[in-house]
Design a protein around this ligand. Sequence first.
Ligand code: BG6
Length: 484
Amino acid sequence: MEAMTFVLFGATGDLAKRKIYPALYNLFIDHKLPAEFSVFGLGRKEIADVDFQASVRESLAQFSRRPADGERVESFLRAFRYSALNVNNTEDYQKLLSAVEIREKELGIPENRMFYLSVAPEFFGTIAHHIHENGLGAGKGWRRLIIEKPFGHDLESARALHQQLSKAFTEEEIYRIDHYLGKPMIQNLEVLGYSNPVLQALWTNRYIANVQITANELVGVEERAAYFDQTGTIRDMFQNHMLQILMMVTMHLPQRSTPEEVQSKKRTIVESLRPMSKEEVGSQIVRGQYTAGMNGSVPVQGYLDEHGVAPDSTNDTYVAGRIWIDTPFWNDVPFYIRTGKRTHEKSTKIVIEFKEPLKISTEANQDEAEPNLLTIEINPMESITLKLNTRNAGKGGKIEPVLMNFTTNSKDAPEAYENLIHDALRGDATFFAHWDEVELSWKWIQPALEAFEENLIPLHTYAAGTNGPKAAHDLLAEDGFKWW
Ligand code: BG6
């Protein structure tokens, strides 16, 4: 891998401490960073290099999956420098440029620069503009930009943001992180597809009855009301993570593919999502908000009583939806998606329900077999389970479900951010969100955003610690299905 400079905006922020430094450190230990690299942390406060290094050391001690001690961590930290920067101040970018150049010369490394914007999205445009205007991105090497969701608040703001960024970086240089795409089981979907002819053959509307994608959480709004009460689950989870999982699970890859091929398959899916009008939202989407209830054995308050939430907020903490993909592969297969906070469990999973088995009625057996299910658990377990039916001779020939299960032991596996930062440093965009996907996702979901805002559809409640509002279950019952 080519030597580079990692320029981190928001270096004193929470994401940097919890995710970015531990990711870089673990990549360093695994020899997945270039032999020579330099890191510039940027933030508003003035901080001396040694104090900055000490704070990185502290975050590693707290959040790294590997111990951070001894000479290893010291040699890692020697790459770190800090510069104070006001994002609107041209002079600060000039100072940064000369500091980066001096360091590149000291190390004898090329002008490859990775800009990571770990800051609030309202600063993305300004920072990109200044990087461009002040020549930070005009070195002889490559330049890349990593940003994190949210990419806009709706279709219009997403487009405006894209326009701003496009003035400074090309699409190939922009790496949009959706951390779900860094999860090992989501990355595994690509491999499951192309390396198993058995599954490939079944991956169509001919054999699949429905697909269910769940991302349930135990946590509530926590300390994030200022953000979340303006955002809701529909923007926080559904428009990005959930639709990305949908694309990953439905694209057909006949073989190992290039990032461009993956992006093009994903675009086909999101382009083919059946549009809904604002008036149709109510029949396809359920929105919910939690009321007081339990988190395990601990009583917890309802959303409206959470600190920082408007007492009359109609914000959604739960969304379930039925989606159709109008392609020859997926015509007539409903995709059910649900995600909510303060449910009864932390569980992210995909369940593929295969079409109804033949009704079995023999002398020995009057019972009905259950449908075959393929369950892919993403979090907190990582496993794949195929449920088949078999005759149990010991029980008078009764037909029983049997589970074929594979559970990964991923305690030592890299975290999402390690995978993603490593890919971005290598210039591999396979597991990043392309602008087309982002724009088309916003476009598809825009009528729902409007229906929510205008209160055109009911706001269902569910008690904290339960399995979501009843309406989310009715959505499947209408089609003769249930959530697995
Ligand atoms: C984030 C959302 O993107 O994903 C959070 O902003 C949510 O609200 C989190 O809790 C869930 O991520 P994970 O990896 O714990 O499933």
